[in-house]
Structure formats: structure tokens, C-alpha cells
Design a protein around this ligand. Structure first.
Ligand code: MTE
Length: 304
């Protein structure tokens, strides 16, 4: 992102624990004989890949409200209070207002989905998320026919988010992301409430975060407090900060480089300086079969 650390600096937190063991543990936790049963067919692409160890998923993070280093979120997110939590819904919908999180989630069934997760900084993970299909959540608010986009605003609370108190963060808080309605309604799009079979840790965006597995990780806004339906495309944080580097769509695309680095390969965590674990990046992060139709006829080098 803004912060130009070389993408291939190895995370310091990597040890010898194998991802395979982790996957088995997760599957056992859920009482299932095989990970296959966890997944809808559409998410099957990541089935053959090892899970990234939970320790890495929860300690190598971007959550700039807590600092710019990958270790800052795990070190400082405990300062955040996540209960009670409410969501303000506004714009082109029949049911608007402020709702307690419990009411927003009431009646929706959580699902476990193993997804590839590719950060724009060229590292990637395979993560067992838990969440509710975004479509079922958004439909509760009865968006009108004018709703073409949905905007997600995340928490601004400088008293608990230390980087929001710092002039040097360079970001105009709050962090905002958005999707076209058809992207938000796609069956792969999740509103995440947990990871590794547990409640979502604060550093991963508790209590509610976006997950759009075919897009770069920065689209996955964390600690969401507002949902707004609109006819116009939302103004999103990274797109405004650096429009040449971060587009609104942010679909994973190995053919379109970031101006400062290639997007053709990724460093699958765990990786280290001596074992970088580089693999080719796939169009739409491996979900092309499921999502490419959403962008039919669009020039993806222009709409990056
Ligand atoms: N959401 C908020 N509110 N603030 C952030 O700084 N960082 C984004 C995204 N969501 C970010 C955010 C980026 S750049 C990435 S790669 C992912 O969160 C990281 O998610 P993870 O820490 O669960 O891996």
C-alpha cells in the first residue's frame, strides 16, 4: 500500500508448524471428516491448498488504524471495544436506521468457507473464514431498485485506534470500501464474523468484516459500522489516496501490475527469505469461473 516496504520481507513469525496439521485441526474442530464438505462448489478452487496457520492469519495483518507494521494490529487491537456494536444503514433501502449487531445477524446462518486471500502487496494466504452470505444480510434492509452500489464504512474511534490519533497515518479516516450490488450479492461474498472456527479476533476486523475472495485484500474493510446503498459509485479510501495504484474494482489480475511491483506472482504464507514459496497469481484469484461474467465486456486494464 502507501507504505513502501519491500513485498518480499519475510514475516518474522513463521515457524516450522505445517499448514497441513493446521488444516486437519480445523476440520476436526468442526467435526468433519474432510474439508470438502465445508464448501459450496464455487469455493472448491482452494480445496487442494494448505491452510495458512492460524497464528499467521492472526498476527501478520494490515489494519492501519492500529499502525503501519504487520505486527501492530495484533499488538494494539486489544484496545478496541467490540461490544456493544451497531450498524447504521442508510441510502437506497426501505429499512434504514441504526441496528444492534445481534439484530443484523438474527436469523442468518453462518457458514464456513475456505478462501484464498490475496493482498495487493503480493502475499497470500488460505483462510478458513466463517460468515454470512452478504446477500442474505443486505436483503434484510430491502434495497430499492436505485441501489447500484453498497458502501461499507469502518470504525473511526481515535480513543481506541491509536493510528487515528496520529497525523502521520496519511489516511483520511474512516476507512471506506464499496462494491457494485451484483458483486455484493455474489454467492462468494461474505460478511465475516469468525475465522478458524472462532469469533473474529479484533486484529482481523471484529466483529464484522467484508470478504470478497476474488479481489485484493484492501477491499475487505474491517470493523464495519455503516452500510449505505447508493446509485453512485462510492468514494473509497485507497482509490482516493492513490488512484493510479488502487482501482475501485481491485480484481486480482496477474496481467495488470501495480505501478511499483508485479502482480504476476505471490508469496504464499508461510514463507521465509530462504523458502519464499512463490506461486503464480491466478486471474480473479482463482475464482474466474465463478465471477468473470460480472465483468464481461469491461476493459480490465482500465477498470483495475
Ligand atoms: N480495513 C480497515 N478498516 N483498515 C485497514 O487498514 N486493511 C485492508 C483490509 N481491511 C484495512 C482493512 C488490507 S490492505 C488488507 S490486506 C486486509 O484488510 C488484511 O486483512 P487480514 O489482516 O485479516 O489479513
Amino acid at each position: 500500500m502507501l507504505i513502501s516496504k519491500p513485498a518480499d520481507i519475510a514475516p518474522s513469525c513463521i515457524t516450522s508448524e505445517t499448514a497441513f496439521q493446521n488444516r486437519r485441526k480445523f476440520v476436526q474442530t468442526l467435526g468433519l471428516a474432510s474439508g470438502v464438505a465445508l464448501l459450496p462448489r464455487a469455493a472448491g478452487a482452494s480445496l487442494q491448498e494448505e491452510l495458512t496457520p492460524e497464528r499467521i492469519v492472526t498476527s501478520y495483518n494490515n489494519f492501519y488504524e492500529f499502525g503501519m507494521d504487520k505486527t501492530d494490529p495484533a499488538a494494539h487491537a486489544h484496545e478496541l471495544t467490540v461490544a456493544p456494536w451497531s450498524i447504521e444503514v442508510s441510502g437506497e433501502a426501505k429499512r434504514t436506521g441504526t441496528f444492534a449487531l445481534e439484530d443484523v445477524l438474527k436469523g442468518l446462518s453462518e457458514e464456513d468457507r475456505i478462501y484464498r486471500f490475496r493482498c495487493v502487496e503480493a502475499w497470500s494466504m488460505v483462510v478458513p473464514w466463517r460468515g454470512v452470505p452478504m446477500k442474505t444480510l443486505l436483503e434484510k434492509f430491502e434495497p430499492t431498485g436505485n441501489a447500484k452500489y453498497v458502501e461499507f464504512t469502518t470504525l473511526k474511534r481515535p480513543s481506541e485506534m491509536r493510528a487515528q490519533r496520529s497525523y502521520f497515518s496519511g489516511i483520511d479516516w474512516p476507512y471506506v470500501e464499496g462494491l457494485r450490488m451484483d458483486e455484493a450479492y455474489h454467492p462468494l461474498t461474505l460478511m465475516v464474523t469468525g475465522v478458524y472456527g472462532k469469533a473474529l479476533p479484533k486484529q482481523n476486523g471484529a466483529p464484522l468484516r467484508l470478504m470478497v475472495p476474488w479481489k485484493y485484500g484492501f477491499k475487505s474493510g474491517k470493523s464495519i459500522v455503516k452500510i449505505r446503498f447508493s446509485a453512485q459509485r462510492p468514494v473509497t479510501t485507497w482509490n482516493v489516496l492513490q488512484p493510479d495504484e488502487y482501482g475501485f474494482y481491485a480484481n486480482v489480475n496477474p496481467a495488470v501490475d501495480h505501478p511499483r511491483w508485479s502482480q504476476a506472482v505471490e508469496r504464499r504464507l508461510p514463507s521465509s527469505l530462504f523458502s519464499p514459496n512463490r506461486i503464480p497469481t491466478l486471474p480473479f484469484n482463482g475464482y474466474a469461473e465463478e465471477v468473470a461474467y460480472l465483468y464481461a465486456g469491461m476493459d480490465l486494464t482500465r477498470h483495475y
